[in-house]
Design a protein around this ligand. Structure first.
Ligand code: F0G
Length: 357
């Protein structure tokens, strides 16, 4: 086997023709992308019908979430422009990714987090990568407002998805799905928080369609958490709540673009309860062997909800994006899983507990 067959090309090089880069753009990469598209037959059979379900496990990116696709672009372009510092507001994953890619590029990074509302794994990433971690007494929407104001007033590059290069990079998720399947899926299910990712996927599918790489476009299915569902409810939510802290957002920056993706594709944006999210997270872990974080499970929870409603007709394939790894939020996993059984150091006691005797 030649070493070449193992070589991963940075995402930016691989999809260069679809991305706004030039020969002068330095590529800051951590070998992002190439995430697995896992066929979920046991889940599909539980839903009945003629569904084929694929899980695009974005938790396999270098920092454990889909954010790396956009961050390789945003940080590369920041370096190209001569920037020395980056800033973002975050529910945790954008911050982890910004911190890692900024470290790699030698940029100073500041992350503004809602205090007490970010999963511990994500906080640990921002800290170890050396970002300045600022936790404010407010929610994500407050953090984003402050971040925008700082980046407008000072020479610091904003790397939230308001930065157009983030969206450009995240389009590559759609390219990978089409390259692997050989076509676009019938449905594309995705959690919606600040609404950058649904915007990016739809733009990616459209770019591939326009380039003649696919012959059909998917129907976009976005899912928000029930008490953080401004797009579904039709108005900003002042105090959004959900156990899926990644999508605890009351006033998404890409609201209009998400609505356009929904309407242009003939799709829907719906909401799922925390209970449905938790059930989906546990189901994925127990029947498919995939550990994703709660927000990611919203895409699967949504598909389960829609299947129960009889939404899917006939033969179709659905890609659910699992946006982040379960290890990001171990506290939550421990809370919803069965407890540890503590025993004396005694073989008989262990055998008894295992019901072997
Ligand atoms: N899933 C995960 C794991 C996320 O971290 C996010 C967003 C989303 C879904 C929603 O994606 O915002 O593009 O609609 N996390 C952002 C952050 C807000 O700061 O890490 P979106």
């Amino acid at each position: 086997m030649s070493p070449q067959s193992f070589k991963r090309i940075p995402l930016i090089e691989r999809y260069r023709e679809f991305l706004p880069v030039t020969d002068r753009t330095p590529i800051i990469s951590l070998s992002e992308g190439y995430t697995p598209l896992i066929k979920a037959d046991r889940l599909a059979s539980m839903l009945g019908g003629e569904l084929t379900i694929y899980l695009k496990f974005e938790g396999m990116n270098p920092t454990g979430s889909f954010k790396d696709r956009g961050m390789t672009m945003a940080i590369s372009k920041a370096v190209e422009a001569g920037s020395r510092a980056t800033i973002c507001a975050s529910t945790g994953n954008t911050a982890a990714s910004a911190a890692a890619y900024s470290a790699r590029a030698g940029l100073v990074c500041a992350v503004i987090l809602p205090r007490g509302a970010v999963a511990i794994g994500k906080v640990s990433q921002s800290l170890i990568h050396g970002a300045k971690v600022l936790a404010i007494d407010g929610n994500f929407d407050d953090a984003l407002r402050i971040t925008r104001e700082i980046s407008e007033a000072y020479p610091i590059t904003l790397v939230n998805s308001l930065n157009p290069y983030r969206i450009e990079g995240q389009k590559t998720g759609a390219f990978e799905i089409c390259d692997e399947l050989g076509h676009a899926p019938t449905y594309h299910a995705i959690p919606v928080g600040n609404a950058g990712n649904i915007t990016a996927y739809w733009a990616g599918y459209k770019a591939y369609y326009d380039a003649g790489k696919i012959e059909t476009l998917p129907i976009m299915l976005g899912f928000q958490a029930a008490k953080s569902a401004p797009i579904v409810d039709g108005h900003p939510i002042e105090n959004p709540e959900t156990i899926a802290t990644a999508i605890r957002i009351g006033n998404p920056a890409s609201w209009k673009q998400a609505v356009a993706a929904r309407d242009e594709s003939g799709g829907i944006i719906d909401k799922v309860t925390d209970e449905e999210i938790t059930d989906a997270q546990k189901l994925l872990a127990s029947v498919e062997g995939i550990f994703c974080e709660p927000a990611s499970a919203a895409s699967v929870a949504g598909v389960i909800k829609k299947a129960k409603e009889g939404f899917f007709r006939g033969k179709c394939d659905i890609v659910c994006v699992l946006t982040g790894h379960g290890l990001k939020d171990p506290d939550r996993a421990i809370k919803i899983a069965p407890p540890i059984i503590e025993l004396p150091a005694d073989t008989k006691a262990v055998a008894k507990e295992m019901k072997l005797v």
